[in-house]
Write a protein that binds this ligand. Structure first.
Ligand SMILES: [Mg+2]
Length: 269
């Protein structure tokens, strides 16, 4: 079990993990956030949201001195004083940029008549209708850097061809609720966690001890990539199998209560 004064890194999902699924409150986790902050342990938000959507929340959580992982791992946003920040001011992209993804999508649609609509094809009002977000939040969700959500309107045969052609362009499709997400083949929460862990390890040479906390199937890559995993009880019925079950703790509480329960169990003070 890790100690608070180990070289710790905490990676956490937002919705249903650090944030309550319904109220978006993180109050039960605040005591641990204070403790981790006092011990200079980076808490790295790891989410499917865009960097624009995460920015305000990261401020409210007082975590802006740390990086965060957005767009399901395709985009790593880096704090202003991060080494190498000047060369890549928007952050580190794993896979393809949004412009490259859009270019490939438009080319494939023109060539094969595929029937789909992505966020880049539609108005903010259409995204509101699709997602139920407020207009201002829909606009933030549309500020994409390395992945594109889309709705498929075509048949299954065409979908299989679409997937194959994307694969040939080093892009992959993942399912997230009602949308398909197109991003780089090698992108994901797991690879983003590995990339950041390496960055933290390099300067000191001292191995980092990473902890991941998540509640959903799209967190499995992150939970497999960390040394210790907290599987937070979710509002779903997916099994959440991990590659290595040792080092995994499954909470009986949901959301931030489960988040607290996991760290109470895992970290020795
Ligand atoms: Mg979640």
């Amino acid at each position: 079990m890790p100690y608070l004064d180990d070289n710790l890194l905490v990676f956490t999902d937002l919705d249903g993990s650090l944030l309550d699924h319904h109220s978006y409150s993180w109050q039960p986790a605040q005591e641990w956030l204070n403790r981790l902050s006092a011990a200079h342990v980076p808490v790295i938000l790891t989410t499917s949201k865009t960097a624009a959507e995460v920015a305000q929340l990261q401020q409210q959580l007082m975590l802006t001195q740390h990086p965060f992982i957005a767009e399901n791992g395709a985009m790593i946003s880096l704090p202003t004083d991060w080494p190498g920040k000047k060369e890549s001011p928007t952050g580190h992209i794993i896979g393809a940029s949004y412009e490259e993804i859009r270019h490939t999508l438009i080319t494939l649609r023109q060539r094969y008549d595929f029937e789909f609509r992505g966020f880049g094809d539609v108005s903010p009002q259409q995204v509101v209708d699709w997602t139920g977000l407020e207009l201002a939040d829909a606009k933030l969700a549309m500020q994409r850097e390395a992945s594109e959500p889309l709705i498929w309107f075509g048949n299954e045969l065409d979908f299989a061809r679409f997937e194959k052609y994307l694969h040939e362009e080093n892009l992959a499709l993942t399912r997230g609720g009602r949308f398909w997400h197109v991003m780089g083949k090698e992108a994901g929460k797991g690879p983003a966690v590995e990339w950041l862990s390496q960055q933290y390890q390099q300067p000191s040479g001292k191995p980092v001890v990473s902890i991941g906390l998540g509640d959903g199937p799209n967190d499995i890559g992150m939970l497999n990539a960390t040394d210790y995993a907290v599987v937070i009880l979710g509002h779903h019925t997916h099994a959440m199998p991990l590659e290595k079950e040792n080092g995994a703790f499954r909470t009986t509480q949901r959301g931030p209560e489960g988040w607290k329960q996991g760290l109470d169990h895992l970290i020795r003070l």
